[in-house]
Ligand binder design. Structure first.
Ligand SMILES: Cc1ncc(COP(=O)(O)O)c(C=O)c1O
Length: 320
């Protein structure tokens, strides 16, 4: 799906017209993947547009940058403001997908330059629907285990949300789609279950929720954390552990989580139906709890919703 352009992108500290947010072809990140980013969602709620877990996403952005020693020349609070600003300036009243990115820009072309190229920082936002299609939320999707494994520990750090990591995701996701599946699951180098190309994974077995631990080459997903907390609050036991591949074939329920995928049930793995071959009851309970955060049915006791002030957005943006 082409990106539906909006009017403004926040670029290195100010709003610029969408088409003017461009970079040099010799930018370091373009050649070596030295870019860290986030995917954040804003939802339309009864109290106005709210960004979901904005501070947690921003913290992960700074953590990713720290791992790669990329200095972001703005404070986390300035980044949070930028995320809110692209929503209001573009009048994204129905919610949005927000993409903050920080990367090594134009300077030297060496892989490890003597003088660090300047870090460029941008935040864009646009309206976005369901990542894996509307029906998938109820019907579930068909996935396969990929022939590509996730990165090994101490090679490319999986906990950093860095552009280079997504070469692995591209291989896993593209192979799955070529074979007619909605998504691919990557195994960790030890053969245990890791995660989807762009989603964390949960399995339900005998009423217990299982998810691969952080050491299994996964991204520490914010939706993963949300689901774990919502589950525990509802008395469902959650275990972070090593998951053998074959547990995918005998689990009662399997689902994926992510900012893009939200909570998407998996109805088959490698053409074997999961449970009854449709969304299971625990998946549905957790979906209701999750989406209830945005409809107001689930109390936001963690302060996860960051409301955006949409007042006079155009005048504010035009004044720059
Ligand atoms: C590889 C990978 N794993 C998991 C996730 C889920 O993370 P989150 O819930 O923070 O979006 C994502 C999406 O950001 C991802 O790209």
């Amino acid at each position: 799906m082409p990106i539906p352009a909006t009017q403004f992108i926040w670029f290195n500290g100010k709003l610029v017209p969408w088409e003017k947010a461009t970079v040099h072809v010799l930018s370091h990140a373009l050649h070596y993947g030295s870019s860290v980013f986030e995917g954040v969602r804003a939802y339309e709620t009864p109290k106005g547009v709210a960004v979901f877990r904005l501070r947690d996403h921003t913290r992960r952005l700074y953590d990713s940058a720290r791992i790669y020693r990329i200095t972001i020349p703005f404070t986390p609070e300035q980044m949070n403001d930028a995320c809110r600003e692209v929503i209001s300036a573009n009048e994204l009243k129905k919610g949005a997908y927000i993409r903050p990115v920080a990367f090594r820009g134009y300077g030297e072309i060496g892989v490890t330059p003597k003088i660090d190229p300047p870090t460029e920082v941008a935040v864009a936002a646009w309206e976005w629907g369901k990542y894996l299609g509307h029906e998938s939320e109820e019907q579930g999707v068909d996935v396969c285990v990929s022939s590509w494994q996730r990165v090994a520990p101490n090679t490319i750090p999986a906990l950093a949300k860095a552009a280079g990591n997504y070469l692995s995701s591209q291989l896993i996701g593209a192979e799955a789609r070529r074979l007619g599946f909605a998504e691919g699951i990557g195994l960790a180098p030890d053969g245990t279950v890791s995660e989807g190309a762009g989603e964390n994974l949960f399995l339900v077995k005998d009423g217990v929720l299982l998810t691969p631990a952080l050491a299994h080459s996964v991204l520490g997903g914010i939706t993963r954390d949300t689901v774990s907390r919502l589950a525990r609050e509802r008395g469902i036991e959650v275990r972070e552990c090593a998951i053998p591949r074959e547990l995918l074939y005998i689990a009662d329920e399997v689902f994926m989580t992510g900012t893009a995928a939200e909570i998407t049930p998996i109805r088959s793995v490698d053409r074997l139906p999961v449970g009854a071959g449709k969304r299971g009851p625990i998946t549905e309970t957790l979906q209701n709890a999750f989406f209830g955060l945005f409809s107001g049915k689930t109390a936001d006791k963690w302060g996860w919703l960051d409301y955006v002030d949409m007042s006079s957005p155009r005048t504010a943006a035009a004044a720059r």
